[in-house]
Design a protein around this ligand. Structure first.
Ligand code: DC
Length: 239
């Protein structure tokens, strides 16, 4: 497996840190991680997209989602490639771009099950660790602070009240022209939260040394500023 990274030169020539961001669905992790990465000239890595890409391939190849062994074999055989392209995280799997399929309802359903497969998690975690070895990464997901990068210099647990998360999701969907009731979005989020907590390996937890950011009453800019301040503090401490 390979995962390409597009990294800009750090204008300040500062030591590059690794930033790990975990949190439940709809907390704004992708938006925040992408903005922080752009601001610092770091590489943004959306680990959810890796799980989603494998789910797309498993569907296409007809692999039963309860066959965790075969899913693990698939994960270790295929090549996944991805990078952030001006606000869109584009992903190729075995040479085919599947970006447009990552958020399809069928993929949503499949990834919830596939992400519980420990053999799949082992392969993806190893790939994510390889990416992080180079430094200067803003990686977001569910198990980044706890399993993938427990040694990251900056660790953040980003959350928000479930009703606020559902409201944000719902507003995004409506803006994209979807006709979906708020109650359905809320119910889906509650179910996804439960799935994130019930995984045997890589379940969503707030590790002790992660900074808790509750974005319920914060803007995206305020959250990003807070994370950048955390990075600056770390930079100061290490010089
Ligand atoms: O963040 P997202 O909604 O794109 O994540 C897709 C799925 O993958 C979701 O079911 C949670 C799971 N996931 C995970 O188990 N571990 C990660 N590091 C990232 C995502």
């Amino acid at each position: 497996m390979a995962w390409d990274q597009v990294r800009r030169e750090d204008p300040q020539q500062c030591r590059k840190l690794n930033i790990a961001i975990d949190g439940p669905a709809g907390a704004g992790k992708s938006t925040v991680a992408r903005r922080v990465a752009n601001c610092l000239g770091y590489t943004y890595v959306d680990t959810g997209a890796m799980y989603r890409a494998l789910a797309v391939l498993a569907i296409d190849r007809g692999i039963p989602l309860d066959d965790f062994t075969s899913l693990g074999e698939l994960a270790s055989e295929v090549e996944i490639y991805g990078f952030d392209d001006d606000g869109v995280f584009r992903v190729w799997i075995d040479g085919e771009e599947i970006t447009h399929r990552l958020r399809e309802p069928e993929t949503d359903r499949a990834v919830g099950i596939l992400s519980m497969a420990t053999p799949v998690r082992k392969v993806l975690v190893s790939l994510q660790r390889q990416i992080a070895e180079r430094g200067g990464v803003v990686m977001e997901g569910r198990d980044i602070t706890s399993v993938v990068m427990p040694d990251a210099e900056v660790k953040v647990f980003l959350t928000a009240d479930v009703h606020e998360r559902a409201r944000r999701r719902w507003r995004d969907l409506i803006a994209k022209g979807a006709d979906v009731p708020f109650e359905k979005v809320l119910k889906d989020l509650v179910e996804r939260d439960a799935k994130d907590l019930e995984r045997e390996w890589g379940k969503l937890v707030k590790v002790e040394d992660a900074v808790l950011i509750d974005s319920t009453n914060m803007s995206i800019e305020e959250v990003c500023d807070h994370i950048i301040e955390l990075c600056e503090e770390k930079q100061k401490c290490s010089t």
